[in-house]
Design a protein around this ligand. Structure first.
Ligand SMILES: [Zn+2]
Length: 512
């Protein structure tokens, strides 16, 4: 007898429904799985056989054929254990076909029949809902991921017996299994973290630069001596970022779900991610990789912040990996099984000393030779530097700053202004692919950053004085757009342009 069970697979960040067809027929006893199964999927045979036996379902000596359709899509992971087991029980007549119809099944089986959590449930459940499926049966630990999907009834089961009882409608409260209907709701505002802008004494220029960067999602480079508060500031940037919108939250949660990191979170990701890899990180860990590529750090930082402290300490090859994602806002990984694309739209925040000892250009303290300084700075390649919209210096602490402690503006205050600028951008970019000012390309800059006569003449003077490239010119306009948004101004005025130009002067000072 033949049975068909609905399941799903994730390929990159794309999810697909997979029909698990199980045929049980007379013949030499066999058990095979076809339809491009990966090694974990092939091993499902052993887990399913033992798990069913241990819950009292003995497989008769029959020929069992399992086909995973569409057959041309590679299948990986352990989520097919439960659908295969349910398919066999249905084909053997132990479950009626009506009870399994229209339900999505995902789950790994342990040998004693317990259901274990799997990765990628959220995107698969969303895909299923889009295809009209209204019910899913999942391991208890994953059940809440199904609940996040609008119009989906999510049932969690701890083991095969519970799953079967749920399907037969026998489940009592005590037998376990939780069926709840839920919908996609706006995530609550970002949770407070303990780090606050008011912890930073003085450093007004630095804080302002971080505010502009956060408001327009601009990449930010901070240069300064050790102890000037670069890292302290960078770690506090998430506290002034606008919260994730529902759409963004689902995007980010999908990536975490694929990596199996959502279960530990226990809910949708509502705060913008902040990733802080050490400088010894490999290119593969950064960009994502493996035989079946998993998202790397830059994808986990999607819609959030990637903070690279001690930027010149990173290997040049590692930094160069960032070039393509910084431009395309996604990363492509080619494998023999195909090309995988993961989103990687992050705000890059870099911090660095200006020289090996850290005190250049203070010649009283810095012992480095000009050659050493130049070599150190050149470790940050031109193309990476080029993608930094805002470059700012952290000046050494002054006594008056420290003495004036306790009167600093809180993150909440700064965030209010950032949110105001965010709303202006939302209104401007409604219905376009753009989210923030930083997303604009050259064409968008022409459309959204029109200058008046006076401002044009000002930029003309600056263009020749600073010997700007076309790319640098566009970056200044984008940052000026954000400065104007923060000021609540529809027009970009000279004062906004002047502030944006200030954010390019440090890289001129050090690199030219
Ligand atoms: Zn030095």
């Amino acid at each position: 007898m033949l049975s068909t069970i609905t399941s799903g697979a994730v390929y990159g960040v794309q999810s697909h429904l997979v029909e698990v067809e199980v045929d049980v027929s007379q013949g030499l006893p066999c058990f095979q799985i076809v339809g491009l199964p990966g090694s974990e999927v092939r091993e499902a045979r052993e887990r399913v056989k033992v798990a069913l036996r241990n819950v009292g379902v003995k497989l008769p000596p029959l020929c069992i054929n399992v086909n995973l359709s569409p057959a041309d899509l590679p299948k990986n992971g352990t989520m097919f254990d439960l659908p295969v087991a349910v398919g066999i029980m249905t084909a053997l007549g132990k479950l009626s076909p009506e009870t399994v119809e229209g339900t999505l099944f995902l789950g790994e089986l342990g040998l004693s029949g317990e259901l274990k959590p799997v990765k990628g449930v959220l995107p698969i459940a969303r895909e299923a809902a889009a295809r009209g499926i209204r019910k899913c049966l999942l391991p208890v630990e994953n059940a809440w991921e199904g609940e996040l999907v609008r119009g989906m009834e999510s049932i969690g089961a701890a083991n095969v017996q519970e799953a079967v009882a749920q399907l037969r409608g026998e489940a009592s409260e005590k037998a376990g299994g939780t069926a709840r209907r839920s919908g996609e709701e706006a995530p609550p505002p970002a949770a407070d973290n303990d780090l606050d802008f008011s912890d930073i004494n003085g450093q007004q220029t630095l804080k302002r630069a971080a505010e502009v960067a956060a408001a327009g999602f601009h990449n930010l480079l901070i240069i300064g001596a050790p102890g000037s508060g670069k890292t302290m500031l960078a770690r506090r940037i998430p506290s002034i970022l606008p919260p994730l919108s529902l759409e963004e939250s689902l995007e980010v949660s999908t990536i975490y779900s694929i990596c199996g990191l959502l279960q530990s979170a226990g809910s949708l990701k509502t705060t913008r991610p902040f990733l802080h890899p050490h400088h010894t990180i490999t290119g593969r860990a950064l960009a994502g990789g493996g035989r079946i590529p998993t998202p790397g750090v830059i994808s986990l930082a999607h819609r959030g912040v990637l903070f690279l402290d001690e930027l010149p300490e990173f290997k040049r090859e590692t930094l160069d990996i960032l070039r393509q994602p910084l431009e395309d806002r996604q990363v492509q990984i080619a494998r023999s099984t195909g090309s995988y694309t993961y989103p990687a739209d992050f705000m890059l925040v870099g911090a660095m000393n200006p020289c090996p000892c850290g005190f250049y250009p203070d010649r009283e303290k810095c012992r480095c030779t000009p050659y050493e300084v130049k070599r150190y700075l050149s470790r940050v390649s031109g193309p990476i530097l080029d993608r930094m919209d805002i470059c700012v210096e952290a000046l050494p602490m002054r006594f008056s700053d420290i003495a004036a402690g306790g009167k600093e503006e809180s993150s909440e205050k700064v965030r209010e202004r950032v949110m105001g600028a965010r709303e202006r951008q939302n209104a401007r970019f409604a219905g376009t692919r753009l989210h923030f000012n930083a997303d604009m390309d050259a064409g968008d800059v022409e459309r959204y950053c029109r200058l008046g006569e006076k401002e044009l003449r000002y930029m003309e003077r600056m263009f020749s004085r600073m010997q700007l490239s076309a790319r640098a010119y566009h970056r200044i306009l984008k940052v000026a757009r954000t400065v104007a948004d923060l000021a609540g101004s529809e027009e970009i005025a000279e004062i906004h342009l002047a502030e944006a130009i200030c954010y390019r002067q440090s890289d001129h000072k050090y690199w030219q």
